[in-house]
Write a new protein. Structure first.
Length: 401
């Protein structure tokens, strides 16, 4: 391949450019595009590939670029695109023209070097047409944008992976082949891509058979990552996608977080993890909540733990540590039931409320907390037992024993 480098000149609207480094919001390095216009020192560029950007709305007389393909660049990020000359046998990606569809992968069968526009006779396997140098780019450029984690859509049939099927790239196998975990489950001929995804959803796909699409679409369910602590591990569902922004409904977690949605390039978006299939149900399961002991007046239906023994020492309906359920509140004191169904008036100083306690969940017996009165009573019982059953040996020094 030979490269003809044009003399550099000031960038202007309509110029074809290539990014020499990534934009701080989007992965643009080595991507090609066209200048739409200028805004101060910023240059609006529409790239050939989807970059998860925006549309440079209203850049020139209200005209915008393709949504998701544009971003405002600094001049230091760009250089003029060099015209590349190709030869017979090379594969190219169609970027424009009227004969092939944009994105088609074609092979050069002949070159007209005498044509001032330099044209190539190309075939996609079915049709053969002459195309200009300005309407093609190396096929490698078509795959530079693909990386693990990207969302893709099939644009050509590849074995059992059919046009329109969507999935997520999970591995790079060769320069032009990627492992994809598709959204559709149990497709005939699909596998697990050597253990990288759920069986029945994986398939190896050639780069020319797929295209990048927006990571976010309506109906998807995500788990929030560690970037945003107030919604960490929360579960959201995408409800609306508009340009490079999305709105969502919180299925689990802080429902008041970021009601206006998020930008595709935001830190919040980078931390989201897509959930599919059974993963969604597992993520939405309620986790066991720790029981809290709270000192306050109990409400009907709540459970309480007794801190003191039954004030009615004759009946001894409960002991310290027993758990009772409050069944009535007359307005004076709550009433609870003991294990035998007896109704007991309970006083606030004698119990703590067990928040999040569920009687159906077996709980480990709580360690008995001895009150000062119980300790003194126990001491007295032990002392009585000693006095009744112990007779000291009578010696001259027994009082020292």
């Amino acid at each position: 391949m030979f490269v003809v480098v044009e003399e550099s000149h000031a960038l202007k609207t309509g110029d074809r450019v290539v990014a020499v480094k990534d934009h701080f919001l989007c992965p643009t390095k080595h991507k090609h595009g066209k200048i739409l216009g200028f805004s101060g020192s910023s240059i609006g560029v529409e790239f050939d590939d989807f970059i998860n950007g925006h549309g440079c709305a209203g850049v020139v007389d209200g005209i915008s670029g393709k949504d998701g393909y544009c971003v405002w660049c600094d001049e230091s990020e760009l250089k003029l695109e060099e015209k590349e000359l190709f030869k017979v046998g090379e594969n190219l990606e169609i970027t424009g023209g009227i004969w092939f569809s944009k994105g088609d992968i074609v092979t050069i069968t002949d070159v007209d070097e005498g044509d001032r526009f330099r044209t190539y006779r190309c075939t996609n396997g079915n049709d053969t047409w002459w195309v200009e140098n300005e309407s093609v780019k190396p096929v490698q450029s078509a795959v530079k944008g693909f990386k693990v984690g990207d969302r893709i859509e099939m644009v050509n049939n590849h074995d059992n992976a059919k046009i329109g099927m969507k999935g997520t790239i999970i591995s790079k196998e060769t320069y032009l082949t990627f492992g994809v975990c598709f959204d559709d489950k149990d497709t005939i001929g699909f596998h697990d891509c050597s253990g990288k995804c759920e069986n029945g959803r994986g398939h190896y796909v050639s780069a020319e058979s797929m295209k990048l699409i927006s990571k976010f679409s309506v109906g998807q369910v995500y788990k929030a990552g560690y970037f945003v602590s107030s919604l960490y591990n929360g579960i959201i569902k995408i409800t609306e996608v508009n340009g490079n922004r999305a709105k969502y409904k919180v299925l689990k977690g802080n429902s008041e977080f970021c009601p206006e949605g998020f930008s595709f390039g935001s830190i919040f978006a980078k931390g989201l993890v897509l959930l599919t299939g059974a993963e969604i149900g597992e993520a939405l399961k309620d986790e066991p909540t720790a029981v809290k002991e709270v000192k306050r007046r109990a409400k009907v239906g709540e459970y309480i733990k007794m801190l003191n023994p039954d004030y009615n020492k004759m009946k001894k309906r409960y002991v310290t540590g027993d758990v009772l359920k409050v069944t009535l509140d007359s307005g004076f004191y709550p009433t609870a039931k003991d294990s035998k169904g007896n109704l007991i008036t309970v006083f606030e100083e004698d119990y703590v409320v067990l928040e999040n306690y569920k009687a159906s969940i077996p709980t480990k017996p709580s360690k008995h907390v001895w009150t000062p009165a119980e300790v003194e009573k126990a001491k007295a019982l032990v002392l009585d037992a000693i006095q009744e059953n112990y007779t000291p040996i009578q010696t001259q020094c027994y009082w020292q024993q």
